[in-house]
Design a protein around this ligand. Structure first.
Ligand code: ADP
Ligand code: MG
Length: 618
């Protein structure tokens, strides 16, 4: 038999390998920005078009490359950053694999322009699908410009796999945030489709955070500082009261590299325990500086997980450092105030080895002690508020249901629908639901002729609200309540962009917007179901949901909006419902088009028949 194994041609091998490094446009952005940082640039410009699919350009003023190096840089495993295996344990650069440029050049049209300080003249190389098209000597400024066009031009399957421009743009923004936060001293600018997204002057860490996440962020930050032999921790946490529904603002950097660490994240949650509302996430921007020999950077090009030698010690130190900062901030708010004044030198007090007389940490401090009306609380006081809030919600629902286009909106009507679904006889339906019982503040139990139904209260309410909102969006005639004093909520620039996309749909459910600026949004009216105090929470939830996934068409956008609103506004497990509310919920649920599943496809109720019960008694 003839031999059948053959070596793949280089360009095919390169394409396959490229899949590892370049998953989407943001991977290219990451690699190019990191190369610019490694080249010692003090100014980096990022330009993208169409979510990076048609164009990504990174221009730096770093050390540049000689003609030979420029050509070599596109070879696989060509790197100037390490020479031997041991160097891997003493890394001071972002790159070390020598794969990025080879991979990018295998699957895109690339143009590199580069010049070193010493050379008179620069080099321009055009390379497409791993083939060098031209190499010329040209006049160029010091530094490197990398232009990457038509990503995946030769792998249509990969190109089709890319998400919408908006989603890809969001991934790029995330990457930009991570790298520009890790290197605050480097000036960055970012242009998307010709418009200017960020102009970040080289600065200290605090100012960089504020530039990226908006002016309002400044007052939220509390410094964290801890210098030990194992690790130097520095950076900021956000004050507990600013904890958000979304996880967006959580950043760990190890030796100036963005990392993900569920384990260390847990340490922070531990430090914040009892200080933040359930269901919200603390924000943090923390740098960990360790000996490069004690950290194992993942060898996989796109992974951000790392391994620390002494993770347990790190965990304990991080937790105590964060706790310490939280304690200080509770007891001496003036310290924080001073900090704000000292923007130029945020570390000014560093090294003064805490000259403040005894810092007494009030361990029992709980900012929510007085705020009993918060959902999810369990005090006796709360139950009452909850029941009232619940009725209010219904008052709203009725207004909405009572819409002219819905000519029959009474309870009787709803019961007729009930009739067809699970209640067996007409009689029973006509009586509607008479007996209900709440179990463990989670389930509502009611009887039917053949036995009983156990309903998950939260999922049931989600279903009711979801259908209601969806209807409002479809008929575009939601009922809105005017706010006496318009609310101004502040958002980050990327959140404002999301808001722009979903604003029209938000109006159809009853939101009324005033002025939208770079800093924030004025809200003049809200849907009847929404209490003023809930607006902030709802908007945050919306941003966070849409940030994770941008629905492509307007139908799925409406669907997502209705889901988010339903999720946020529904009664939760742990809330006591009075009997009227229980029955109303049961009736409304069975008046829904689809009562068996929640909007998130979870079972809403189960039935236990008399037979089932009989069998248990045998
Ligand atoms: P790595 O960064 O892992 O070394 P890359 O493929 O990203 O591998 O780059 C290959 C080499 O090209 C780098 O080691 C560096 O010497 C050179 N290089 C890449 N980008 C730049 C740049 N912007 N400025 C100067 N040199 C660069
Ligand atoms: Mg690199």
């Amino acid at each position: 038999m003839a031999d059948i194994i053959r070596l793949l041609p280089d360009h095919v091998a390169n394409q396959i390998a490229a899949g590892e490094v370049v998953q989407r446009p943001s991977s290219v952005v990451k690699e190019l920005l990191e190369n610019a940082i490694d080249a010692g640039a003090t100014e980096i410009k990022l330009i993208i078009k169409d979510g990076g699919k048609t164009l990504i350009q990174v221009v730096d003023n770093g050390k540049g490359m000689s003609g030979t190096d420029a050509r070599l840089s596109f070879e696989r495993h060509a790197t100037s950053k390490i020479q031997k295996a041991e160097d891997l344990f003493n890394l001071h650069t972002k790159g070390f694999r020598g794969e990025a440029l080879a991979s990018i050049a295998a699957i895109a049209h690339v143009e590199m322009l580069t010049k070193t300080e010493d050379d008179e003249i620069g080099t321009k190389i055009k390379i497409e699908g791993s083939k060098v098209v031209t190499q010329e000597v040209v006049v160029a400024p010091k530094g490197t410009s990398m232009l990457v066009k038509n990503l995946f031009f030769n792998i249509p399957a990969r190109r089709n796999f890319l998400k919408s421009d908006q989603v890809e743009y969001r991934h790029i923004t995330d990457e930009f945030h991570r790298i520009s936060l890790a290197h605050p001293q480097v000036a960055f600018s970012f242009y998307n489709n010709g418009s200017d997204v960020f102009q970040l002057p080289g600065n200290d860490f605090r100012k960089r955070i504020v530039h990226i996440f908006g002016r309002k962020t400044d007052e939220k930050l509390v410094p964290v500082e801890e210098d030990t032999q194992v690790v130097k921790i520095s950076g900021y946490i956000q004050k507990p009261e600013f904890a958000k529904k979304s996880r967006g603002e959580q950043f760990f950097f190890a030796n100036n590299r963005f990392i993900k660490s569920p384990y260390l994240h847990h340490a922070i949650l531990g430090a914040f325990e009892g200080l933040i509302r359930p269901g919200t996430h603390p924000g943090y921007f923390l740098n960990l500086e360790v000996d490069p020999g004690t950290i194992d950077i993942n060898i996989h090009p796109t992974k951000t997980e790392v391994k620390f030698d002494d993770e347990h010690t790190l965990y304990a130190m991080l937790k105590s450092a964060v706790k310490h900062s939280l304690g200080q901030f509770n007891v001496i708010p003036a310290l924080d105030f001073e900090q704000d004044q000292n923007l130029e030198t945020p570390y000014a007090y560093k090294g003064k080895k805490v000259g403040i007389p005894q810092v007494v940490v009030d361990a029992s401090f709980n900012p929510f002690e007085e705020v009993k009306k918060y959902k999810g609380g369990t005090s006796g006081n709360y139950t009452k508020t909850s029941a009232k809030g619940w009725e209010n919600m219904y008052a709203g629902l009725e207004v909405a249901v009572d819409h002219p286009s819905n000519n029959n909106s009474t309870l009787e009507f709803e019961s007729e629908v009930v009739n067809s679904s699970i209640f067996e006889s007409d009689n029973e339906a006509a009586d509607h639901v008479t007996h209900t019982f709440q179990l463990r503040k989670k389930y509502i139990i009611t009887t039917i002729k053949s036995g009983m139904v156990v309903i998950n209260q939260s999922r049931a309410h989600q279903r009711v609200l979801y259908e209601n909102f969806l209807k409002n969006i479809t008929i575009k005639e939601a009922v809105s309540q005017q706010l006496l004093f318009p609310l101004t909520l502040s958002f980050t620039p990327s959140e404002i962009e999301i808001l722009d996309e979903i604003k029209d749909n938000l109006c159809t459910v009853g939101f009324v917007f005033g002025e939208v600026s770079n800093e924030g949004v004025e809200i003049k009216g809200v849907p009847v179901l929404v209490a003023e105090s809930e607006v902030q929470m709802i908007m945050e939830q919306l941003m966070s949901d849409f940030q994770q996934e941008v629905p492509g068409d307007s139908f799925s956008q409406s669907d997502m909006l209705a889901k988010t609103l339903a999720k946020t506004l529904s009664v939760k497990t742990g809330e006591t419902l009075d009997e009227f509310s229980q029955q109303k919920l049961v009736n409304d649920l069975f008046a829904c088009k689809e009562s068996t599943l929640s909007p998130f496809n979870k079972k809403v109720y189960i039935m236990i028949t008399e037979n089932d019960i009989e069998r248990k008694f045998i």
